[in-house]
Design a protein around this ligand. Structure first.
Ligand code: SF4
Length: 342
């Protein structure tokens, strides 16, 4: 692994236009991913993880807008034309979706999917080379050549997911975003897919962003972890350090609500993530935070480096000189509404 970032995200914002106003799905996110590095992106559903993944690749749906920077190969992906983006996708940037059947064409054989992908991005390849590359990639995913001419519906869910991964990696992308790649798969297939992703970064130096709500997967597979809440990255650092000593109350609560061998009682975080149409003032986690103070309900926390490679957005870590007098007083639950109205 090198320290050179393959992609540098700076102050990325993604908004969805709705009749009731803009939804701030990603709000000022910065993140680097180096070659051969796996970064886990975690958080509850609705916190903006998938939107961030798509925003990095410039793959946003109609009605979404973005600003900020996603620097890849010295160029800003934000603001690229659809034609420029299409050229980058495949050989440079890849995406593995959660549900393979939405991406595989049920009327096309697996071999046709590969032919289409390779011909689009490497038009000089002949049929023989296309077949060789496709079978080699499928073989690495444990799909035998005898299945090459079959249709998607002839495969199990786990095999379809591996085919999707093979299609994403046949062009050996430098950056791969995997959005819940193992959701709804059994643990054996899940382990196979995680080992395939680990091979990818080892063999090709692929930078990988692994979006998941499964902290166990992150602990096993990721070098670093970024914790996302209500459109912001609230904590980021080496996965091991964050798991052993979480700095943000939301990370602590997420870890407490994960089942492990030591779990005797299942914890759930009270409340739910806020609507991103009108998020709470100050720290967006304050209505649910067990450590909330008065300053949290009125003022956005400032990002603080707590180590060379760790950062956190939480007033518990200061800076103290930016907290107004009386701001560290505990915020009682019943005071939250009053503070928000003030
Ligand atoms: Fe809790 Fe305040 Fe930190 Fe937000 S800033 S996580 S409310 S202590």
């Amino acid at each position: 692994m090198t320290n050179e970032p393959v992609v540098s995200v700076r102050e990325l914002r993604v908004y969805y236009g709705t009749k009731r106003g803009p939804v701030q799905a990603v709000d000022g996110v910065s993140l680097d991913i180096a070659a051969g590095e796996v970064v886990g992106l975690v958080g509850e559903s609705g916190c903006g993880k998938s939107t961030l993944g798509r925003g990095i690749l410039g793959l946003l749906p109609e009605g979404a807008s973005s600003d900020g920077e996603v620097i890849y190969g010295g160029r800003n992906i934000v603001g690229m034309t659809p034609k420029e983006l299409r050229r980058l996708r495949g050989p440079d940037l890849g995406l593995i979706f959660q549900e393979p059947m939405t991406r595989l064409n049920p009327l096309m054989r697996i071999e046709e999917h590969f032919k289409e992908t390779l011909e689009q991005h490497e038009p000089s390849l002949g049929d023989k080379e296309i077949r060789r590359r496709s079978l080699e990639t499928l073989g690495r995913m444990g799909i035998p050549p005898t299945r090459f001419s079959q249709y998607p519906h002839e495969f199990s869910g786990g095999m379809r997911q591996r085919i999707m991964i093979a299609l994403a990696v046949v062009l050996q992308p430098k950056l791969l975003i995997a959005d819940e790649p193992t959701t709804s798969l059994d643990v054996i297939v899940e382990a196979q897919i995680l080992s395939i992703l680990a091979d990818l970064r080892r063999n090709f130096g692929t930078a990988l962003l692994l979006i998941t709500h499964n902290l166990g997967i992150v602990a096993e597979s990721c070098d670093r972890v970024a914790v996302m809440y209500a459109g912001k990255i609230v904590e980021e650092g080496p996965a091991r350090d964050v798991f052993i000593d979480p700095a943000h109350p939301y990370t602590r609560e997420l870890l407490r609500s994960t089942i492990s061998l030591e779990t005797s009682e299942l914890h759930s975080i009270p409340g739910a993530p806020p609507s991103l149409l009108d998020p709470p003032r100050g720290c967006r986690f304050h209505p649910r935070c067990p450590s909330a103070m008065w300053v949290c309900a009125t003022t956005d926390p400032i990002e603080k480096r707590i180590d060379a490679d760790r950062r956190v957005q939480c007033w518990l870590h200061g800076p103290e000189d930016r907290i107004p007098e009386g701001g560290t007083a505990e915020l009682e639950r019943e005071e939250i509404a009053v503070a928000e109205e003030a």
